[in-house]
Ligand binder design. Structure first.
Ligand code: GLU
Length: 302
């Protein structure tokens, strides 16, 4: 399988890509709603991809529960539902391409060594580049990293505006294949977005910090341009991102209409009281969705 195999050029293809580390909560549901409506508003497709590449962090049964919840809310997805755990061959091919191009290299450093030699950057410790020119004699590669440079990698986000990073000094050469043998999120997400022909990426603002890395990798893999739109971050009263770790309650599909109404409200939309059930809410939302109404965030969910 080649990562850059030609895919049909579509006017718009977006996706929702949950990680089954927990059940859907108010934050992830709102992101799904925003990405869905943005795709529909463009007459585009909306695909679903299960990002199940990190077994230690996953919750048994979460992938199926997420699908059931999305179905109960009336989401309809296009294309083939893919699971990242089926796609190792594609990730291996991408890494092989990057190694052959001289863009990826093996790294022997431990987390402790990086903490001692690096400094804090935009997203954790900046890799100091120790193994850039080869692994020290007597040591062996544990992880694989992508070489970056210090030019500014920037893009225009459709909601958040201009965003960029000097990757080398703010992030460092970043991991593609982890020391524990699992594929890094950054590699898998870009390989899949390219292979699946995604044109427009709409997701939560917690991933904004990853986007310059993903654009850099996309370019190294020869992927076509995409647009990005990062929806507002949903935080709890303490300002923490809603997640399993911050004990965000799971969405209750039995009260789907109320949950959908809330998600639309958070996204700056005010469905009329007459839109009482899920079907009516979707119908109203599909006709009235405007990205310009969505706040850049963050949004506090009590
Ligand atoms: N799987 C990622 C998450 O649940 C989202 C990836 C993406 O949308 O790019 O946070």
């Amino acid at each position: 399988m080649s990562v850059t195999a030609p895919v049909p050029v579509l006017p718009y293809r977006g996706r929702f890509a949950p990680s089954p580390t927990g059940l859907l909560h108010a934050g992830s549901l709102t992101t799904a709603v925003g990405s869905y409506l943005e795709a529909k508003r463009h007459g585009g497709e909306w695909w679903l991809r299960m990002e199940d590449l990190d077994p230690p962090r996953e919750m048994a049964g979460a992938a199926d529960a997420i699908l059931r919840t999305l179905q109960a809310f009336g989401f309809e997805w296009d294309g083939e539902l893919v699971y990242q755990h089926d796609r190792h061959e594609l990730y291996r091919a991408a890494l092989a391409q990057l190694v052959a191009q001289g863009d990826a290299y093996g790294c022997a450093c431990t987390r402790k060594e990086i903490a001692a030699a690096g400094h804090h950057g935009a997203d954790g410790m900046v890799y100091p580049g120790t193994c850039r020119h080869g692994v020290a004699p007597g040591r062996s590669a544990r992880a694989w990293r992508l070489r970056v440079d210090d030019s500014r990698t920037a893009f225009h986000d459709r909601l958040q505006g201009e965003y960029g990073q000097h990757l080398q000094s703010e992030i460092g050469d970043f991991v593609l294949l982890r020391a524990d043998g699992f594929w890094a999120y950054q590699l898998a997400v870009v390989v899949d977005d390219i292979a699946q022909g995604m044109t427009d990426i709409v997701r939560g603002a917690d991933l904004l910090v990853s986007t310059p890395r993903q654009l850099w990798l996309r370019q190294k893999l020869g992927g076509p341009a995409v647009t990005h739109c990062h929806l507002p971050l949903m935080v709890n009263a303490a300002g923490e991102k809603l997640s399993k770790q911050t004990l965000a309650p799971a969405i209750d599909a039995w009260s789907a209409a109320a949950e959908l109404r809330q998600a639309l409200t958070r996204l700056g939309h005010a469905p009329p009281a007459e839109a009482g059930d899920v079907a009516e809410l979707w119908q109203w939302a599909r006709g009235n969705w405007q990205l310009a109404r969505v706040p850049a965030g963050p949004i506090v969910i009590a």
